[in-house]
Design a protein around this ligand. Structure first.
Ligand code: 2YJ
Length: 270
């Protein structure tokens, strides 16, 4: 998993608003609506207090990370704030202030907890699912199965392939480590490919890798849509000028985590 840097994060509200517009142009929906459908959440709570807790372990706090999370939640009209204390002190603070949800990330793990339901959402799973949903909607919600190449057989790629199958699409998994691709494809029950990578013949590509700039415009067919949770971006910059490339480092995955935490509440309270 790539550790985000300050440069990967939208530093200002206007950048987030501009990105939301691009996303809506690419998919026809808001990020929150796509996240709701990905996690199968029909109704969102009228009020929900979210505590963002900075984590200092490992390589420490990333400048702007907690602030970006608050911005994402507020953008969707949820109450969100950063705890004064970091780490476990922040958890205690959130509990005493009756937060409904808490969210925190270290270098390997990014989790959101629904305090009342004792449930949690994990970023990798939610990210794969929501980027698959965004791709499906960006492709115009095809009724007949379209073949989609899923690059990367880690947790994000696995969850994306799973969601694509649920949406009636035809994912094919590739990983530089063929054995990993084979095992993931066996769990998901879909095909996998090995050897020199060829991107032609696919209607969609999910880039769930941690490699950057390895796909050029000449590699892709016309009309293809790319959905890219991977950091850094696998497609070269000129690709995004020519075809839809759905890519953000935090927004969609974080909103899907929130929706999964809300979903637990729906299941518990009916
Ligand atoms: O609290 C902080 O500021 C830091 N401890 C945040 C660490 C952020 N974690 C990462 O970048 C991980 N690699 C997970 C990010 C997943 C995003 N898809």
């Amino acid at each position: 998993m790539t550790r985000l840097t300050q440069g990967d994060i939208f530093a200002e509200t206007h950048a987030l608003l501009a990105y939301e517009q691009l996303f809506q142009w690419q998919t026809g929906s808001t990020m929150l609506a796509v996240a709701q459908r990905a996690m199968e959440v029909e109704r969102l709570p009228a009020a929900c207090k979210i505590a963002v807790i900075p984590v200092t372990s490992g390589e420490g706090v990333i400048g702007g990370f907690s602030q970006a999370l608050v911005r994402i939640f507020r953008h969707c009209n949820f109450e969100a704030y950063i705890t004064e204390k970091t780490d476990l002190g922040g958890v205690l603070e959130a509990q005493t202030q009756n937060a409904d949800m808490i969210i925190m990330a270290d270098d390997d793990c990014y989790l959101m907890f629904n305090v009342g339901c004792k449930g949690y959402a994990e970023n990798g799973y939610c990210t794969g699912r929501v980027f698959a949903q965004a791709l499906y909607e960006g492709m115009g919600q095809p009724q007949a199965p379209k073949s989609v190449l899923v690059l990367g057989a880690g947790p994000v790629g696995e969850s994306a392939a799973q969601r694509l199958l649920e949406l009636g699409q035809a994912p094919v998994i590739y990983d530089i480590d063929s054995e990993k691709a084979r095992l993931t494809a066996a769990r998901v029950h879909c095909p996998w490919v090995e050897g020199d990578m060829a991107y032609h013949g696919y209607h969609g590509v999910v880039d769930a890798t941690t490699a950057g700039g390895f796909i050029g415009l000449e590699d892709l067919d016309q009309g293809v849509v790319v959905s890219a949770p991977g950091v850094p971006l696998g497609v070269r910059p000129e690709v995004a000028d020519a075809i839809p490339v759905i890519h953000n480092t935090l927004e969609l995955g974080t909103l899907a985590m929130l929706c999964q935490c809300v979903h637990m509440q729906e299941v518990e309270h009916g």
